[in-house]
Write a protein that binds this ligand. Structure first.
Ligand code: 7PJ
Length: 266
């Protein structure tokens, strides 16, 4: 699905009351569905649906609550689109039920490390994004520490890749992600961003999610997340130039336009 050179735009659909950039806006299914429609019209090929907020300090959510948030939205999107629907979860039951409801991809910020996640993902035979995170959302920004951030994150991802292959997940179904902002200081994020090409060299499609994140706020000295759109598009372009295959973004249309400019120059 992600092996060719096409760059995929993954539109973010947070069905949570407390996400940092669009918190609460799409908790109402109708709003979420309209937002998905708009992102698809704008050129997204993937909709990433999340019912657990993983922003720094966020509380954990129960399985039942997560299911109540995401399943109706997945089913509704499937009635009008055959797009890739990605379920942003770490919980095996949510993965299973989301795929049964019409999702076609798993995006796990915990890289299938929860109990049974690896086994369930292997059984489901869909693409999985393995993301690196140090610690847990509640406390991950307290004191992130690495010996060599790029090497450490690469080693973690390689280990997860090996475990996935061992568990029967197909190589062609694996996507990797350095996990910008997940247990990382500003310097860590910058070092990782400059090393995207090294992640690409590992031989798997690389997903990059920096849209409106704190690192962009720090670059711009801009607290307001709604004023981080332009810089988010610039970073998306720079990620593609290093070989990223999937861009996880809030603002689909400007990112699609930026990609059109890039391809016109190829
Ligand atoms: C990411 C994610 C990311 C992947 C979030 C936010 C925080 N999944 N889920 N990569 N970020 N794969 O949207 O800023 O960077 S939630």
């Amino acid at each position: 699905m992600f092996a060719n050179s096409k760059t995929h735009i993954m539109g973010i659909l947070n069905v949570t009351p407390d996400s940092f950039s669009d918190g609460g806006q799409f908790i109402e299914p109708t709003n979420a569905i309209n937002q998905a429609k708009k992102m698809l019209e704008d050129g997204a090929s993937i909709i990433d649906i999340g019912g657990e907020s993983t922003r720094p300090g966020a509380k954990e959510v129960t399985e039942k609550e997560e299911l109540t948030r995401v399943i109706p939205v997945i089913k509704a999107i499937r009635t009008f689109s055959d797009c890739i629907i990605s379920i942003d979860t770490s919980k095996p039951t949510v993965m299973e039920q989301a795929i049964a409801a019409g999702a076609t991809m798993i995006n796990d910020v915990r890289a299938l490390q929860e109990e049974n996640a690896l086994r369930v993902a292997s059984k489901l035979q869909v693409p999985v994004c393995l993301m690196h995170m140090q610690g847990q959302p509640r406390s991950m920004q307290k004191e992130p520490h690495y010996t060599d951030v790029v090497l450490d994150v690469k080693q973690f991802l390689q280990q997860r890749i090996n475990d996935c292959l061992q568990a029967g997940i197909k190589k062609s179904n694996i996507i990797i992600d350095p996990g910008f902002g997940f247990g990382k200081t500003f310097e860590h994020n910058i070092l990782l961003f400059k090393a995207i090409n090294q992640f690409v060299e590992m031989g798997y499609p690389v997903l990059v999610g920096v849209s409106k994140k704190t690192m962009i706020g720090q670059i711009l000295n801009e607290e307001n997340v709604d004023k981080r759109n332009n810089a988010s598009v610039v970073m998306a372009v720079l990620a593609v130039q290093q070989g990223a295959s999937i861009l996880r973004v809030h603002d689909v249309k400007p990112t699609v336009d930026a990609l059109a400019v890039i391809s016109s120059l190829e």
